[in-house]
Design a protein around this ligand. Structure first.
Ligand code: F6P
Length: 367
């Protein structure tokens, strides 16, 4: 028996995706496992996410070559150590009410003769995967997003690498901040979730962390900075999540509008805070938005390991016909949950449990 599997990555890229594909292919093509599994696998990488499945004309050789690639161990051998996604990605919503292309995807899935589709995605794209599952596509999801905002799993690929980059960059900024006795406002990603800011804040020990789950008061931020100065600190760093906002105000949005799923692109809150501090105090302030730097580079050891676990688990799920589910990491174990559960709601910071709303940082006490 032969099982033909397509794999694609959709939405924002992140370190760990290539590691996942590497191990998915290695596991799928492991000859020793054929007798136990009762099937041989053929793996096809779909290029540029949903775009590949929409644009592809499965009857045309050139089109197949443009939008897909056969994956074997020789092709993916070195992928595990590289960030981003070698399969490419896009931010297309196939269920966009203005142009619904979901039927095209289902047709192409059938025409390609696929028996299953592995979707490496975050909240929006696993949402697409779930809808396609309900239309008959045998889907397995793998969670990835540096935001770590998916329910049903303790981990999403890319988070650890991003936390490491933010931490390293803050280490760098400390040096110049200290030399000049300046305040640095550093903006990180995360959309509605403050996990990146909170955990990078813990790792780097920055004194003030602002997260989307708790609206901050600018005067209090300034007061905290002044207190630090009075206590003899030469410099301060404020780490702010892109979705954080001052009480009574809206999130700061980028000019480029909305993505394919209708969400505004966020960004600029760091600049706003920096200007306000500069205006109301004598302190010298600089602003750095880490933007896509925090999503680039190679995966940390942790993301490589998680990619390995997730890729292997996805193939096991196909063997067991566990479709409509997402690979999940819970309490140290790899397991799976129904996609529906992962999409129930965004996994946000529980402020009461994790955040000090007076001093704007992680709550360090043991509850
Ligand atoms: O969802 C992941 C994420 O990195 C968010 O943190 C960020 O707001 C967004 O993607 C940026 O999207 P893009 O790469 O399309 O600019």
């Amino acid at each position: 028996m032969k099982t033909k599997v397509g794999v694609l990555s959709a939405g924002g890229d992140c370190p760990g995706i290539n590691s996942t594909v590497h191990w998915l292919v290695y596991s799928a093509l492991d000859k020793d496992l054929v007798p136990r599994r009762g099937t041989m696998f053929e793996i096809t990488g779909i290029l540029d996410g949903w775009k590949g499945l929409i644009e592809m004309k499965p009857g045309k050789k050139d089109s197949i070559k443009r939008w897909s690639m056969p994956l074997d161990t020789a092709v993916v051998r070195t992928w595990d150590r590289y960030g981003g996604t070698r399969l490419g990605t896009s931010r297309i919503n196939p269920f966009d009410p203005k142009k619904d292309q979901s039927e095209v995807i289902v047709e192409n899935y059938k025409k390609m003769g696929l028996d299953a589709l592995v979707v490496i995605g975050g909240f929006n794209n696993l949402g697409v995967a779930y809808k396609l599952y309900r239309m008959g596509v045998k889907v397995v999801g793998i969670p990835k997003t540096i935001d770590r905002d998916l329910s049903g799993t303790d981990y999403t690929l890319g988070f650890d690498s991003a936390v490491n980059i933010i931490t390293e960059d803050i280490d760098r900024l400390r040096i110049t901040a200290g030399s000049h006795s300046r305040i640095f406002v550093v903006e990180c990603m995360g959309r509605k979730a403050g996990w990146l800011a909170l955990e990078a804040g813990e790792a780097s020990g920055v004194p003030i962390v602002l997260i989307p789950e708790h609206d901050f008061v600018l005067d209090r931020v300034i007061e905290l900075l002044k207190m630090r100065k009075r206590s003899g600190k030469r410099y301060s760093i404020v780490l702010v999540s892109e979705g954080a906002k001052p009480r009574g105000m809206e999130e700061v949005r980028e000019r480029r509008g909305r993505d394919g799923f209708g969400h505004y692109y966020l960004g600029g809150i760091g600049g706003f805070i920096a200007e306000e501090i500069q205006k109301t105090t004598q302190m010298e302030v600089r602003y750095v938005a880490l933007r896509h730097l925090q999503r680039g580079g190679s995966p940390t050891a942790y993301d490589r390991r998680m990619g390995r676990k997730f890729g292997i688990a996805a193939i096991d799920m196909i063997v067991n016909e566990d479709f409509g589910r997402m690979v999940s990491f819970q309490h140290g174990d790899v397991t799976s949950v129904p996609l529906k559960k992962a999409l129930d709601r965004l996994h946000l910071v529980d402020v009461e449990k994790f955040y000090d709303t007076k001093n704007y940082k992680s709550l360090d006490q043991i509850l």
